[in-house]
Design a protein around this ligand. Sequence first.
Ligand code: SF4
Length: 379
Amino acid sequence: MIIKILGAESLGVRGLSCVVELKNRKICIDPGIALGWSRHGFLPHPFQITVGTSIRENIIDELKEATDIVISHFDGDHCPLLSPNPYQLGIEEVKDSLSKCRIWAKGPDHCPPTQKKRREELAESLNRDLPNAEGVRDYQLEFSVSVCHGQQEEHRVMMSRIEEDGEFFVHASDIQLLNENTIETILKWKPDIVFVSGPPLYHYALPSHQMQREHAWENAIRLSEQIGTLILDHHLLRSEEGITWLEKLKRTARHKIYCSADFMERAPLFLEAWRKELYEWLPLSEGWHEHYKNGQIDVNNYRIRGWDVLIKKGKIKPCKWYDVCPMKTYTEQGKLERYWIENYCLVDNRHCVRYHMEERGQYHPDDMLPNGEIRKILQ
Ligand code: SF4
């Protein structure tokens, strides 16, 4: 089983999307994305938009080969939408992919009206029924009955369990670690790896929220005692407080705790938590978002400056070979798409084939990309 996390707060966007590749199936869970419409009174920063665009393109690409799609619920950061805002994923962009694979979707009960409508719109756009997958089992795939979104009884989500060769993976979106029965369900499934949303600490400013804070912490400890690999992300990592909470959990827990970026062996980009600072470091001209919406402005002006400022301010540290790496030179000469440095070098991605060959002192040609492919045009 190969698990690739595509989008989550520690990768720079809202969501909990991932791909699970089995020997004969490729399952894409929660193919959606958002940037958080307003935080601290600020709309998404252009740098967030550039990172979000790249993740959205990656989700679209991954969906092309998917055999199964799972939708845990119909919040705008978990599914493709008929009327997306400029930062979300539209149904039109992935219609062909969605038309040819199995779709396992949460049922229409215990959904807020907007989510029910999105579900209907998806079914209509694809011109097919979306059967309720809650409680269903299909060989290696199994789905829970609906469980609470946080503590909300009337707003529910569906969890998934995937098995291959005795290894069990659980995806538990938006449960926020707040409901005992949900935690029980996860533990009964005896998973090896769990990918779960942590508590939205940025909503818990009042003393009356102390109970939720304690519950979430106790439940995180409980999961970490029995689960070998626990990946916590999403609501938790939208604030600096959440990032600190996760670090404390890593020090306290019995087993390994990750955020999505840790699991993918690269540096985190907590862009929503850093939004206010991004505005301070790279201010926007008046009416920027309106101009962007009308297609009158190039967001890429902020792309290079955004990466530079994160390095300068110590938020990220590039790969130690970056300054002497031909990938940097080729990118600066305009011979190579920025994709490679942004997804490998600048986030110190340990999946880089060049990095490992460099560490072992093994010869590798200058025209070899970080994924090991040879790009002849570079010579
Ligand atoms: S290509 Fe690989 S080795 Fe070179 S700087 Fe990027 S991550 Fe490091």
